[in-house]
Design a protein around this ligand. Structure first.
Ligand SMILES: [Zn+2]
Length: 311
């Protein structure tokens, strides 16, 4: 069985303006590197479908989804950009891109549960892990991973899923949506203090948060993962694992000050796969979150994919 690679050209049309780090070139850099390394032939490409509004409403308030739809359609009609907050901007193509990003996560979940794919990576934007039940923020509109996790539970009937978030920023949106849902265990590490300045006190027992100070290196993160994440994941025995795969904890990334390198992403992915193989029939769906240094992003995604694809 193959590793799926879900993406869509619409995800490159979402553009938050000149100089914005969450830029369309991120996906181009990943694609180019996969071709240059020959890794693309090991992946099964799938086109990301548009998410259904019902899919989004499993993670977000219906009124939030409806209001965002109205707003984004107005922006699309106007042809101009409008900011939601200081760094989260809606452009004419954002609505479609956001539906593709969440749709990729849902379709990947179905393909993996149906046994068509062993696991899958969604090369999508906008990212999702800062989007709360009712607020767009931090470059995120819909919480792709939370939407997919709820789909696996509510629609596909799984009883326990884990969310692993290794982005440098706290996945406050995912925590907001999934805190207290005991069918979910979320494990994360993140630089603290750093945007969005939350997560140091987990809001519920199903949240396993590891705040780490600036300049923490990969080896120290690995030790924490081994000591704290792994026993929790083993005890929880997830039937599927969702990954919020942000690569901005890389030492070359300017949005954070952590010191991870490609080998650390390879190691983390291996540990996630170990749990998935023991308890979840190998079922992993990973969605791109952050990662803003184009070279480091492309190399780190490749390291992640090499482990997922077993090549
Ligand atoms: Zn991030």
């Amino acid at each position: 069985m193959a590793t799926g690679y879900f993406s869509h050209p619409d995800c490159r049309r979402h553009d938050m303006g000149p100089g914005h780090p969450e830029c369309p070139e991120r996906l181009a850099a990943i694609e180019d590197h996969l071709i240059a390394t020959g890794l693309d032939v090991a992946l099964q490409r799938r086109e990301a479908p548009l998410a259904d509004l019902r899919d989004l409403e499993r993670a977000h308030h219906a009124a939030y989804v409806a209001n965002l739809k109205d707003f984004m359609e107005q922006v699309a009609a106007s042809g101009e950009r409008r900011a939601v907050d200081m760094d989260t901007v809606v452009g004419p193509h954002t609505w479609t891109a956001a539906l593709r990003a969440a749709g990729a996560a849902v379709a990947a979940t179905d393909a993996v549960i149906d046994g068509e794919l062993e696991n899958a990576f969604c090369a999508v934007r906008p990212p999702g892990h800062h989007a709360t039940r009712s607020q767009a923020m931090g470059f995120c509109f819909f919480n792709n991973v939370a939407v997919a996790a709820r789909h696996a539970l509510d629609v596909r009937g799984l009883q326990r899923v884990a969310v692993v978030d290794f982005d440098v920023h706290h996945g406050n949106g995912t925590e907001d949506i999934l805190a207290g849902d005991d069918r979910v265990l979320m494990v994360s590490f993140f630089q603290h203090p750093l945007y969005p300045y939350s997560g140091d006190q987990p809001s519920a027992g199903n949240m396993c948060n590891l705040p780490v100070p600036a300049y923490t290196k990969g080896m120290d993160v690995r030790e924490l993962i081994e000591m704290i994440w792994m026993p929790r994941l083993e005890r929880f025995r997830p039937q599927m694992i969702f990954v919020s795969a942000g690569f901005d904890a890389h030492r070359d990334d300017d949005l954070g000050q952590l010191g991870l390198v490609e080998a650390d992403y390879e190691w983390i992915t291996r540990r996630v796969m170990d749990v998935a193989e023991r308890h979840a029939k190998g079922r992993v769906v990973s969605c791109l979150e952050g990662g803003y240094h184009l070279g480091a992003l492309a190399r780190s995604v490749a390291a992640h994919l090499r482990v997922l694809a077993g090549v």
